[in-house]
Design a protein. Structure first.
Length: 114
């Protein structure tokens, strides 16, 4: 990624982590699914993402519609949905579009040390 893209994603990660702290969740790893309401793959993926979330209470899961959440969406130019953003200890450890499968989410969590 170019430095400008890195800065945009770092800004998004910081905003999501600030929301997490404000919500009293603390410093647990954060896995955000960045999606769009019009995306049928995202709609089909939502229950899968929720199922994996229920299996991992040690991780904060967030579903973010980038078109509705202007504070985040304005900083990004996402071309493929769904895109997962994993933040651990304040650092982005995974960023990228994924196949909408539970095994893929599990693999992202495992690679991120969660």
């Amino acid at each position: 990624m170019s430095p400008d893209v890195d800065a945009s994603w770092r800004c998004v990660a910081d905003r999501l982590c600030a929301r997490q702290r404000a919500g009293g969740v603390g410093q647990r790893p954060l896995l955000a699914c960045l999606c769009a309401a019009w995306c049928y793959v995202c709609r089909d993926f939502a229950p899968v993402f929720e199922h994996v979330a229920a299996q991992h209470p040690e991780v904060v899961f967030a579903w973010v519609d980038v078109e509705e959440d202007e504070a985040l969406g304005d900083d990004l130019d996402i071309e493929n949905f769904p895109t997962l953003l994993l933040v651990r200890d304040g650092a982005v450890v995974h960023l990228g579009p994924v196949l909408a499968r539970a095994a893929t989410v599990e693999a992202v969590l495992a690679r991120g040390g969660c």
